[in-house]
Design a protein around this ligand. Structure first.
Ligand code: FES
Length: 346
């Protein structure tokens, strides 16, 4: 159910300190740590000796020391010290994962290292671009990552789940336009001449009827950039105030996901009160998503088949996203079979 050859967000950089941090991605327990000289490392979170989690250990200079018998590994996962003996066995190592520090996040490549290319880290530059003012947050959601994708690719739910923050009836009633490339799906919605939802009034100052739009740009397997803007319906688009809402979803287990998010704006950059308002309102909005997604996950587990019997016009984006993920997983499988066949032939 997971694409492995992809960059996944593991943590905001600001949350990686002197102590190792445990993160589960694609069902694999990992330890994230930064060496004393600043090198970021992600390793399997399991000591090669007796399997105690390395995240329970301690950083010692450039190494991570296991808290049970003191074995030390470096940022590449090689064992560099065993206190009770001089000889270091060849199998005294743990898997190290390619990492990249980009746009305020630590990204981990979970697949074949040969394909890791840091230039392909999702473009979340809005989070650290001086042209934009951003706030960020994190939710852990007990739901399959694909349900989170569905949620962001069908924003008609804003009318019902988020009617106290960003939604009202006009969102669900607006038609959507869906475009697809090999690795991206764009879902666009224009909502003309509508009442501004509560968040819009405070976040923009527009308290008359507005024109607003969203374009969700989904990149397989699970990152989304939502381009969003609004302006008074009585004026023109040149008066629009725009935001970008960034979503990096990293599957933790088959039924849980890390959800790293950020909201960036290009107006009133020094208004810290506004930044805090947007952060709190967005956190409340995603609390509402968390509640509905976890209910949905439980309902799917009860029926056991994970299938949906009814598709509506607004499901085009979610359905295409799921197909794109399936195609990518199938390609990875073919790739692995090819590599295995080559190994057998040698
Ligand atoms: Fe880590 Fe023994 S379990 S050193």
């Amino acid at each position: 159910m997971w694409v492995e050859n992809a960059w996944y967000a593991a943590s905001f950089l600001k949350d990686i300190g002197d102590h190792p941090k445990s993160v589960t991605l694609l069902g694999r327990p990992l330890v994230v740590f930064r060496t004393e000289t600043g090198k970021l490392a992600v390793l399997d979170d399991r000591c090669p000796h007796r399997s105690v989690p390395l995240s329970f250990g301690r950083r010692t200079g450039e190494h991570l020391r296991c808290s049970y018998h003191g074995l030390q590994v470096d940022a590449e996962g090689n064992c560099v010290r065993i206190p009770c003996q001089d000889r270091i066995p060849a199998n005294a190592r743990v898997r190290a994962y390619p990492v990249a520090e980009r746009h305020s996040l630590a990204w981990v490549w979970m697949g074949d290292c040969a394909f890791a290319n840091a230039d392909e880290v999702p473009d979340f530059h809005y989070l650290d671009d001086p042209e934009w003012t951003a706030c960020t947050g994190y939710h852990f959601i007990n739901a399959d990552y694909r349900l989170l994708n569905d949620n962001l690719l069908d924003l008609s739910h804003e009318s019902y789940v988020h009617d106290t923050t960003i939604g009202n009836d006009a969102v669900a009633e607006a038609p959507v336009k869906v475009e697809r490339t090999e690795t991206q799906i764009r879902v666009h919605r224009d909502i003309w001449n509508c009442e501004p939802p509560p968040f819009y009034v405070k976040a923009t100052g527009f308290n008359e009827r507005i024109n607003r739009w969203h374009t969700t740009i989904f990149t397989v397997p699970s990152t989304h950039v939502i381009e969003n803007g609004s302006y008074p319906a009585s004026s023109s688009r040149s008066h629009a105030l725009e935001r970008r809402v960034l979503h990096a979803i990293s599957p933790a287990t088959p039924t849980s996901s890390h959800y790293f998010w950020g909201v960036a704006r290009q107006y009133r950059p020094d208004d810290h009160e506004l930044t805090e308002y947007i952060r709190l309102q967005t956190a409340e909005t995603f609390d509402q998503d968390k509640q509905i997604l976890e209910l949905q996950q439980k309902a799917l587990e009860r029926t056991g088949d994970g299938a949906f019997s009814l598709a509506l016009a607004t499901d085009k984006g979610p359905v295409q996203a799921r197909h794109a993920i399936e195609r990518m997983i199938a390609r990875e499988k073919e790739l692995r079979c090819g590599v295995n066949r080559e190994k057998l032939a040698q």
